[in-house]
Design a protein around this ligand. Structure first.
Ligand code: B3K
Ligand code: ZN
Length: 874
């Protein structure tokens, strides 16, 4: 497979004005007839060939303006069809045959549990018909779906239904018109035995929109939260961005087999059941919140993605970074804003930092790819969102909103670039954003080394910042970035933020300094008392910032920082210092001793309490093993696990009365609701229970058991079950697991949780369980949710067992990746990720991991897996 380069972009030679499709649905042989209204691009010469993409299609007829083409007039290959000398303007008719039943890659048209559905982004449409399958070709679509009326009573596509009728042989049809020009990646079709839940929304200009969520009958009771989230999102986008919905109908469909969370097809969003269905007894608080965020994300794409789309796939972050930023702000507004930020940053610093430091690191706007399906990454999505957030903070919300209005007005109906977006922001704010553009082209996580000095005699504080971005694959040298750093100086006497004067002027209200050079010193004057600096407040830039804080400084910030995010971060940094010592002790075989200052800081935190219980729960949560690993020069899996367990147990032993009180205070019998208050309360209670169970005394065991048996809601049941299953006592684990598994055998999404809980057990039998459960009737390698729950969870979240020194964890993952390379390359290429991070581990593990990567390389590989393996072994 050959790479595609960003610099090779050329506008298409031909445009498609209108696309007419007709599907005759049959599992093994679906007929697709396409009529494309084609015309030459005005800027391109006459007589150029028309290049259409097409894969795994059987062409049965082709004609131009009603005239069948002779064989010499076109050329067919594995990847497409070329019409050699087309006229200026013409109708192209093709007919192909495809097999949805054989489609296990879940790209294009496939069957999921008896229903037909599509996934076209990025390049799935070429598995449906011959087409210029690129986002800068935008056409209106008219789609007729024909199917068996008994088994496929519901036939859906984009836009509005305009005609329906009966056909011979028990078949029927519906025709859909989508009046908005769209690229092929936003096309969708769904057909099956589905039921709908309906609601309405009136837009700000008075359009009455019908909202429908389509599900299998058994899931009818699980759509309330998604529907409520959709209405909230529609209203939020009107109020916040002035964007309203543009069709009379908005549909969501839930499907079992889906590679991603969801897809923003125009007027017909298709969702993974895991990203849309909820019920208090089957879904946890985290799932409720995830559903809310994804429903909003896909809805927001209607403007940031659909009305204005990407010129080419290198611009993917144009729609994804902006839309993730929009959904993050939405979730922050309708829930606890500080907790949303803490959760997002904790995840980002673990997973995106790891991506940026590994062999698949790439810029927010890549320069080349082999398989675009491999670029739906944390860098494109989450780092892209951080870059948009920095833009918003740099220009201020008002200018950002003006820039956004300008962008949507100027480019409505077009396929554009990241420059087009940033130019609107520059124009609306009058700021020069040229240095800022480096955030889009440079890969890697910038590292900032900071140090400060207080000059008592002159009442000055000098802060020196040095930035450096490490080399990444094919980017050895990096330039200095424009990095906004929000900060404060907290007076050690007053415990308050001191007024900041920089260069004789008060620093702006937000307290942002701009680092633009490799090294810069900022001199703050009129600093009346010695301060502790609070840097990178709210995680104002996606960087790794180091400052030589002492433990007293961190305990002080944990207690006094006015920025909630940095209060949390101070606690994390404090825990990290203690963990570092314990990791060293473990490695050197020295007895571990708990740092009393950490215990005292936690005690003070527990005594102070907090209004926002969810924030409190976050503050009491230790950094994850994955985050700790990310902070180490070389990952010592056992030492990290031992150190973290030791800290948890030490805190539990020293503060068990406080945790017990916290648990009791936050118990509640009121009926479940996914409100921020209830969610915060449950998190805090469950954090307390985790600490209590860390020492597994009789009382803790009894509480966990009671909570499991009470069966009040899935959040509490799942948490209790996890603690029982992860405890050292199989007499607790086995019966609880059995009861849960039997009760939920008919609910695939709950069985996913049952799988995940077992395979994250720290006990040494975890790996054997994975192998055993792969034979469980509820498991299937063909369903991405099952694969993620069982194999993905094991490889990513059970670090001590996945990294077993006998290499069995690596072997297991490799076996699965090899199978999936044939069945579903997109999922295979994602699943292999942990093995690609081999550089981070000790020699023997490196050898084992590379050996497994070589075993994969020896297979006949899909482009997806090929690209990842080549990078990992480069
Ligand atoms: N745009 C889709 C991504 C689908 C890509 C699959 N290869 C989901 C989203 O970001 O909303
Ligand atoms: Zn998206």
């Amino acid at each position: 497979p050959k790479p595609t380069y960003r610099h090779d972009y050329r506008p298409p030679a031909y445009r498609v004005r209108h696309t007419e499709l007709r599907f005759d649905l049959e599992p093994g042989a679906t007929r697709v007839r396409a009529r494309l209204h084609v015309e030459r691009h005005p800027e391109r010469q006459a007589g150029e060939p028309l290049v259409l993409d097409g894969e795994q299609l059987l062409l049965t007829s082709i004609a131009i303006d009603g005239q069948a083409l002779a064989e010499a007039e076109y050329a067919l290959s594995d990847t497409g069809l070329t019409v050699l000398r087309p006229p200026e303007r013409f109708l192209l008719d093709t007919e192909v045959e495809i097999s949805p039943r054989e489609n296990t890659a879940l790209e294009g048209l496939y069957l999921s549990n008896g229903m037909y559905c599509t996934q076209c982004e990025a390049e799935g449409f070429r598995r449906i018909t011959y087409y210029p399958d690129r986002p800068d070709v935008m056409a209106t679509f008219s789609t007729t779906v024909v199917g068996d009326k008994a088994t496929l009573p519901v036939l859906l596509s984009n836009g509005n239904p305009v005609e329906r009728g009966e056909l011979p042989d028990g078949r029927h049809f519906v025709t859909w018109d989508d009046p908005f020009p769209k690229p092929s990646y936003l096309f969708a079709l769904v057909a099956g035995d589905l039921q709908k839940v309906e609601d309405r929304f009136t837009t700000m200009s008075g359009r009455d929109v019908t909202l429908q969520i389509w599900v299998e009958k058994a899931n009818l009771g699980k759509t309330d939260h998604a529907m409520a989230s959709l209405k909230r999102a529609m209203q939020w986008d009107e109020q916040t961005y002035g964007r309203e919905y543009d069709l009379d109908l908005f549909m969501i469909v839930a499907v079992d087999d889906f590679n991603m969370g969801a897809m923003e097809n125009k007027g017909l969003n298709i969702f993974n059941t895991a990203a849309v269905l909820t019920h208090p007894h089957t879904a946890t608080d985290a799932t409720f919140q995830r559903v809310e965020g994804i429903v909003a994300h896909e809805y927001f794409h209607n403007w940031s993605g659909n009305r204005v789309t990407c010129r080419d796939w290198f611009q993917l972050s144009l729609k994804e970074g902006f839309t993730v930023f929009r959904d993050q702000c939405f979730s922050a507004d309708v829930n606890s804003a500080p907790v949303k930020r803490i959760e997002d940053v904790a995840f980002f610093r673990t997973a995106q930092f790891a991506e940026d430091a590994g062999p698949t690191a790439h810029p927010v706007r890549p320069d080349h790819y082999i398989e675009i399906g491999n670029f739906y990454t944390l860098t494109i999505y989450e780092k892209g969102a951080e870059v948009v957030r920095m833009l918003c903070n740099l220009v201020g919300w008002e200018a950002f909103r003006r820039g956004s209005d300008l962008y949507f007005e100027r480019f409505d109906g077009q396929a554009v670039t990241i420059e087009d977006f940033v130019d609107c922001m520059a124009e609306a704010s009058g700021l020069d954003l040229s240095q800022f553009m480096l955030w889009y082209s440079q890969a890697g996580t910038p590292e900032i080394d900071a140090h400060g000095e207080y000059d008592y005699a002159n009442a000055e504080y000098r802060l020196t910042l040095r930035q450096r971005t490490p080399a990444t694959p094919d980017q050895p040298e990096k330039l200095a970035l424009h990095i906004p750093i929000r900060m404060g100086l907290v007076g050690t006497k007053s415990g308050r933020d001191l007024a900041l004067t920089l260069d004789g002027k008060p620093l702006d209200r937000d307290g942002v300094i701009h680092l633009r050079e490799a090294e810069q010193t900022f001199v703050f004057t009129d600093v009346p008392e010695a301060p502790v600096p609070s840097l990178l407040r709210g995680f104002s830039a996606p960087v790794q910032l180091r400052f030589p804080y002492g433990r007293e400084d961190l305990a002080f910030l944990l207690a006094n920082d006015s920025d909630g995010f940095n209060r949390w971060d101070a606690g994390q940094r404090l825990a990290m210092l203690a963990l570092d010592d314990l990791i060293a002790a473990h490695r050197n075989g020295v007895e571990k001793v708990m740092d009393p200052r950490v215990v005292e800081a936690f005690r003070a935190l527990l005594e102070r309490g907090s209004k926002d219980k969810a924030v409190m729960a976050e503050m009491l949560t230790l950094p994850s093993e994955a985050y700790i690993a990310e902070q180490q020069p070389l990952v010592d899996v056992e030492a990290i696990h031992a150190a973290r367990t030791f800290v948890e147990q030490s805190l539990a032993a020293a503060l068990s009365d406080d945790f017990l009180r916290l648990y009791e205070e936050n118990r509640s019998d009121i009926p479940y609701a996914p409100t921020p208050e209830q969610i915060g309360q449950r998190s805090l209670k469950n954090v307390a229970l985790s600490y209590l169970m860390a020492i597994e005394d009789e009382q803790a065991v009894a509480l966990a058991h009671q909570q499991f048996e009470a069966d009040h809601n899935m959040t509490d049941v799942r948490h209790a079950l996890t603690l029982l299953v992860h405890s050292s006592r199989d007499d607790l684990a086995d019966p609880a697991l059995r009861a849960f598994g039997e009760k939920w055998a008919h609910e695939p999404l709950v069985m996913d949780q049952w799988f995940a809980i077992q395979v994250t057990r720290p006990q040494t039998d975890a790996l054997e369980r994975v192998r055993y459960l792969m034979g469980h009737p509820a498991f299937s390698l063909k369903n991405p949710n099952r694969v993620r729950a069982l194999v993905g969870t094991f490889a990513n979240q059970n670090r001590i067992n996945f990294h077993r020194t006998d290499g069995e964890g690596y072997r297991l993952l490799t076996d699965v990746v090899i199978e999936l390379n044939r069945l579903n390359p997109e999922i295979a290429a994602r699943l292999v990720t942990p093995l690609t991070r081999w550089q981070r581990f000790d020699e023997p593990r490196q050898e084992l991991m590379k050996g497994e990567l070589e075993r994969i390389r020896a297979e006949k590989l899909s482009p997806n897996v090929y690209e990842v393996i080549e990078k990992a072994l480069a």
